[in-house]
Design a protein around this ligand. Sequence first.
Ligand SMILES: *Cc1c(COP(=O)(O)O)cnc(C)c1O
Ligand code: SF4
Length: 340
Amino acid sequence: MSDAVRPQPSTERGGDRSPPTWRRELADGIRDVATLRRLLELPPEIDQPADQGFPLLVPHAFVARMRRGDPRDPLLLQVLPSAAEGVEVPGFTADPVAESAALTAPGLVQKYAGRALMLVTGACAIHCRYCFRREFPYADAGATRGGVEAALDAIAADESIAEVILSGGDPLLADDGRLAEIIGRLEATRHVRRLRIHTRLPVVLPARITDGLVGLLGHTRLTVVVVIHANHAAELDAEVAAGLRRLAGARCLLLNQAVLLAGVNDTTTALRALSERLLDIGVVPYYLHQLDRVRGAAHFEVPETQALELHRRLRDSLPGYAVPRLVREVPGEPAKTWLA
Ligand SMILES: *Cc1c(COP(=O)(O)O)cnc(C)c1O
Ligand code: SF4
């Protein structure tokens, strides 16, 4: 995965050549463990574990929500490389969801009826240690400018596609001008009705929700669904809430997907607090994913029996719409598999 996200000259601010705030915050992301530990008032590590080729990356905005002095902080655990990543566990592989096999054009993944997923970029603003894309060969898969063009052509030629999902990496790392081009092409394709954006940026880099982006999403003929990714209530502070409120004001439907992660959110208390907090800020809990079995992430796995038990307790204590669907992605199935 590319972590080379550098500030670029931008015209997003009408002639002003300085990069927008979010690009600067992105470039200022923390990339070394020693700095992160110092900011969090944690003692320096004696034996720093190797990062397995997936380097630390986390924006300051996300670090600001971590508890000082707590090595078990649920946000910290999502980003801090650990020695457990180097342990080979049978069944944990480089491409656990068979994404490569489902590429129907460069940069286009088609697994489910009516929906096509576009790989807009391989880059992310944060590196989540449990991510199934940590080993995905983006450049080979077509997450490049040429790949995006080929994907748009394939979408235009396939009338069965009613919904286009922008994914990556994080598609909101494309700047507003680039997104406007992509959305323009999709609007010109009559059979496309919905635009779905799978992004962690509203949570980890809320400055990305610029006036330009809100205007873009608020003025398209497409129905816009924004699926954010938060795993713990502590990720959702007032700044995140304010950004999401602006997207809701632009008539975006807001959903959340979370991954069930050992040590992060594998208690009824944590999951209930996440659902309650999401609803407070206008986001519907959509999916709770069983971990994809990617190499290096086995220590995050929650056994399925425990996942089912947690989910049952959630159903017993929350309104139905506040209970996310517990799912696992099984390669070759026509939809995500509902476990409960
Ligand atoms: C998850 C996923 C989708 C969307 O599935 P929904 O059940 O509609 O949320 C579409 N395409 C791919 C490749 C996916 O992995
Ligand atoms: S979980 Fe999302 S934001 Fe995190 S590394 Fe994976 S693709 Fe990027």
